[in-house]
Design a protein around this ligand. Structure first.
Ligand code: HEC
Ligand code: HEC
Length: 434
């Protein structure tokens, strides 16, 4: 009896020991590299993604008030104001919602009507030399003017907007604090509504205006764009769990707290910088190279496949509101990006690489919101479908489904509250706008 009992005990101990050894072996085999296992090359790649490597905001020589606080106040008020739209219901903040990282959660943006593109996040955007998915604008101030005159967005125009500013004491005060005396519009005998863009009647009314009036109005309009850009320069990302992890790696002598990244997140990071080569386009502290690539995203339903950057650079060059135009504050020698931008055929179908900071909060994804979730995005990259125009620069990855989850888990570690003062994330109160 005793013998039988002890042999059962010995056997169960042996089973437990063998199971433990097997588990340990399996864990070693499947587990990602431990923090300490990163080699020098990997460490330097990981470091390059950290927010601590983010330089100061680059200057914008085309916008003399880019870093002017009073201009940001004006822009802040304007960004949340719905009165600058034909239905009095659309502001920049209608589509660029602060809580959604200044995106809107929709597939295609909805202003006065539904437009052809998905609303991108505005986080850290002031680091980018190009604006829009196809980069058809070369400054943030010039970009800001386009939605105001687009039929599907604000559906307003520069004359109406100038009049409205003139009629609002608060705006006139803010304007004059930055740009000097507000022009006397009454003496110009302006039409109700007019713009060189927009519908036929607006264009006709614009042609009937004197060149001098046109210039005065476009100057006011450009200044509004410059104030909107000054405001948007405040929208910058804050350090996420990933950045704390990198800091801890750097600081190897410090006692490690509980693991900042899970095994799955670390495995995802490893895939991101190595096998999956996401880092070839999503690089630097904002996880974007600010460049344009064809990644074989399906055309938006009901639309032809877009020409992307190939058309975008041509539009930017011909834009009277670009860096070289008369409303820019830059000298031609400061417009290097515009003057030397690539325009080759390989840009057909190329879209701007978006930041991945806080990307978990701005679904759906891609220029038409074609992909609903981050899991869908990972499946897209794994398959790398043939592009309808030109060719897909990303190659099929052949990853297993658990690896796709790891990639997603890593991307989720890039979410954190913005490093933007709270007052900029809400509509202004009268105290904050003065
Ligand atoms: C109807 C919704 C809507 C409104 C209103 C709107 N936007 Fe946008 N915004 C979009 C969409 C959609 C895009 C992308 C369009 C494209 O790339 O063709 C965009 C692009 C941008 C970009 C460029 C983003 C990038 O990644 O390059 C900036 C900056 C921006 N908007 C700022 C503004 C400002 C400032 C206003 C107010 C004057 C405004 N938007 C009004 C929907 C909107
Ligand atoms: C060849 C350059 C390139 C590579 C490689 C690449 N991306 Fe992208 N990524 C882009 C571009 C360009 C877009 C926007 C495409 C579009 O809208 O058509 C994008 C979009 C995304 C988006 C959606 C962001 C948003 O706001 O809509 C996510 C998420 C993403 N990529 C993650 C990844 C991951 C993860 C990898 C690696 C598996 C990867 N990317 C590899 C260039 C690239």
């Amino acid at each position: 009896m005793k013998n039988a009992y002890s042999s059962v005990a010995v056997r169960s101990v042996a089973i437990v020991v063998i199971a433990a050894i097997l588990l340990l072996a399996a864990w070693r085999f499947y587990s990602p590299p431990l923090a300490d296992d990163w080699n020098e090359e990997q460490l330097s790649l990981i470091r390059s993604l950290s927010l601590s490597q983010l330089p100061e905001l680059p200057a914008d020589p085309s916008n003399a008030v880019a870093d002017n606080e009073a201009a940001a106040n004006f822009g802040h008020r304007f960004f949340f104001d719905t009165r600058f739209s034909s239905n009095n219901a659309v502001a920049c903040a209608t589509c660029h919602v602060p809580e959604l990282m200044f995106a809107d959660g929709l597939e295609l943006a909805a202003g006065v009507s539904v437009g052809p593109r998905h609303t991108p996040s505005l986080v850290g955007l002031s680091y980018s030399p190009w604006f829009y998915w196809d980069g058809r604008k070369d400054s943030q101030w010039s970009q800001a003017l386009a939605p105001l005159e687009a039929g599907v967005e604000h559906d307003s125009d520069r004359v109406e907007i100038s009049r409205l500013i003139a009629s609002d004491e608060n705006y006139v005060q803010l304007y004059e604090a930055v740009f000097g005396p507000f022009p006397d519009l009454d003496s110009l005998r302006l039409p109700q509504s007019a713009s060189p863009l927009g519908n036929q009647s607006r264009q006709q009314a614009w042609s009937a205006m004197s060149p001098n009036s046109q210039k005065i109005i476009t100057r006011i309009f450009s200044n509004i764009g410059k104030a909107l850009a000054a405001y948007q320069r405040k929208i910058v990302p804050g350090p996420a769990r990933f950045d704390e992890y990198v800091e801890q790696l750097e600081n190897s002598s410090a006692t490690r707290q509980a693991d900042l990244l899970s095994d799955s997140e670390i495995a995802g990071l490893n895939l991101f910088i190595d096998q999956a080569q996401c880092i070839s386009c999503h690089n630097g502290p904002l996880l974007t190279n600010h460049d344009f690539h064809n990644t074989g995203v399906l055309a938006i339903s009901g639309q032809l496949p877009p020409m992307g950057r190939y058309d975008g650079i041509r539009t930017a060059r011909n834009d009277p509101l670009n860096c070289l135009g008369e409303f820019s504050d830059a000298s031609p020698s400061q417009c290097m990006e515009l003057r030397f931008a690539r325009d080759e055929n390989d840009l057909v179908g190329a879209q701007k690489t978006p930041t991945l900071r806080n990307v978990s909060l701005s679904a759906p994804y891609m220029h038409g919101g074609q992909l609903q979730t981050l899991d869908d995005v990972m499946v897209h990259y794994n398959e790398a479908p043939t592009s309808m125009l030109n060719h897909n620069e990303a190659k099929p990855l052949g990853l297993r489904s658990n690896q796709l989850r790891q990639l997603r888990d890593f991307v989720l570690t890039l979410t954190a509250p913005l490093a933007t003062e709270d007052k900029w994330l809400k509509p202004p109160t009268d105290e904050t706008s003065n």
